[in-house]
Design a binder for this molecule. Structure first.
Ligand code: GDP
Ligand code: IMO
Ligand code: MG
Length: 443
């Protein structure tokens, strides 16, 4: 069977932790979109692993696949694999031949474009990893795919076509000097060598065929979404989004497994008990209106360690946003959710949730489709009883009933509003710091 893990909010919901938790029952863990803009954390026996490209199942020795929907920077992939080897792991990672390659000129252009937007309010606050420019080239049919790295003639032909365009863009449009990222010969040499390594290590696969064979042999597959619903290019807060589809539909298009297969499995939305956002864009429940809110945001940020895994940027903080979650549950068709970071809200003087929005005098339970209208929404807040700091390790061991009553009310409200069961509750970063309710791999 398959289990698809999807970020319900703005990324960093703790997806890595749940992939690790349930990944014990998976045979293969597959990323279906995004690239090294992701930063997924797994904490095993106090050891923290930060994974950007290698699927989080690596910590449990599972085969990892980067599907055709991913954009792959081979430089960062190999350095991540090397780092993990130094930590004693031996990641087995396969790359879809149809996946696109992030080239050095994509990174350069990502940063140049962000800089160019800096004078307007159009800056996205990207991770600077070249994600957007690589997906642009994919859609523009001028991308370099993993399969192209295996064939030096094809690689050369494609680079000879595309690099002069990038050079012209950097020099003639942005008035900057192009550098080694536009040196065709150097690129052919480096990326042919990368292709050789991929071939030697048998890393490049036809993703759809590979997964079909493994599924026929009875393997359980976990799809590991990166980013989150509100930064999905179609269903998120455009243009303050990433350039792929983190929502569950991406698991099919991004791997070559049929949507019926994904739909017959479980689709689990990962929910953080509050909101965090790195990068620009609206956030109606953001805690920033006065000193008191800012203090509260600082407290949550420190306690929850809310600093970007990839860029180290402090994350913006807000109350849980229910219209956002209703949208996420519908777009991906959640069959269940996992709620993380319940411990972070413990001991606060107040706990609130954005239950609805008010827009031009009307109360609405769902999000408007345009980001400008979303930015005009005022949250209609619902207040909850607070819960105290407790021994969360003991709670995780004892189970759901040991969760403080007020926190249980909070969880039940969430489950009722979204009309989905809760499969797990995160009460700390470690694998053991999770309250198990149901394992989505169990029939
Ligand atoms: P991802 O991108 O969705 O995998 O999430 P990140 O790894 O970027 O950010 C989540 C952070 O919260 C990581 O540092 C996790 O170790 C940590 N974390 C995950 N679940 C919990 C939880 O339930 N409580 C606390 N306090 N931290 C958690
Ligand atoms: P994980 O998988 C949180 C944000 C960036 C920026 C926008 C576009 O760890 O949850 P990009 O570099 O993708 O073009 O940036 O998306 N962003 C993330 N925010 N978690 C992530 O990944 C993110 N990946 C990208 O901050 O606002
Ligand atoms: Mg992250």
């Amino acid at each position: 069977m398959t289990v698809t893990i999807v970020g319900s909010q703005l990324g960093d919901e703790g997806k890595g932790a749940l992939v690790d938790l349930w990944g014990g029952d998976a045979d293969i863990v597959v990323r279906y979109q995004g690239g090294d803009n992701a930063g997924h954390t797994v904490v095993e026996d106090g050891e923290e692993y930060k994974l950007s490209l290698v699927p989080s199942g690596a910590v449990r020795d599972k085969v990892g696949v980067l599907g055709n929907g991913c954009v792959i920077n081979p430089r960062t992939l190999f350095s991540e694999i090397d780092d993990l080897r130094e930590c004693g792991l031996d990641p087995d990672v396969r790359l879809a031949k149809r996946a696109h390659v992030i080239m050095p000129y994509h990174r350069r252009l990502d940063n140049i474009e962000e800089e160019a937007k800096a004078d307007s309010d159009l800056t996205v606050g990207t991770t600077g990893r070249g994600i957007g420019p690589t997906y642009e080239d994919k859609a523009g049919r001028r991308g370099i795919r993993v399969g192209d790295l295996l064939d030096p003639d094809v690689l050369r032909q494609r680079l000879e076509y595309v690099v002069p365009q990038k050079q012209a863009l950097i020099e003639d449009v942005y008035g900057l000097e192009a550098g080694e990222e536009c040196d065709v010969e150097a690129l052919v040499e480096e990326y042919t060598e990368i292709g050789r390594r991929l071939r030697e290590d048998d890393m490049a696969v036809n993703c759809g065929d590979f997964l079909a064979e493994r599924r026929e042999a009875g393997d359980n597959v976990m799809f590991e979404g990166a980013q989150g619903t509100l930064i999905d290019i179609d269903h998120g807060s455009y243009p303050y989004v990433t350039s792929s589809n983190p929502t569950a539909g991406g698991a099919a298009t991004g791997t070559g497994v049929g949507p019926t297969v994904v739909g017959q499995g479980e689709v689990v939305g990962i929910v953080k008990s509050y909101l965090s956002r790195v990068g620009e864009g609206p956030m109606p429940t953001e805690l920033k209106d006065d000193d008191r809110e800012e203090e509260l945001a600082d407290f949550i940020r420190e306690k929850g360690g809310e600093f970007g895994t990839v860029t180290g940027r402090p994350r913006r903080i807000g109350w849980l946003d229910m219209p956002m979650l209703r949208h996420a549950a519908r777009v991906s068709g959640f069959t269940g959710i996992a709620v993380n970071h319940l411990d972070v809200l413990a001991g606060l003087d107040e706990v609130k949730v954005g239950h609805a929005y008010e827009l031009e005098g009307d109360e609405r339970l769902t999000m408007p489709a345009t980001t400008e209208r979303w930015g005009e929404c005022e949250p209609v807040l619902k207040e909850f009883d607070t819960w105290p700091e407790v021994d969360w390790a003991a709670v995780a061991e004892e189970g759901y009933d040991a969760i403080p009553d007020a926190a249980q009310d909070y969880l039940e409200y969430l489950s009722d509003e979204l009309d989905v069961p809760i499969y797990a509750v995160g009460v700390g970063p470690g694998r053991e710091q999770t309250v198990h309710i149901e394992n989505p791999f169990d029939d």
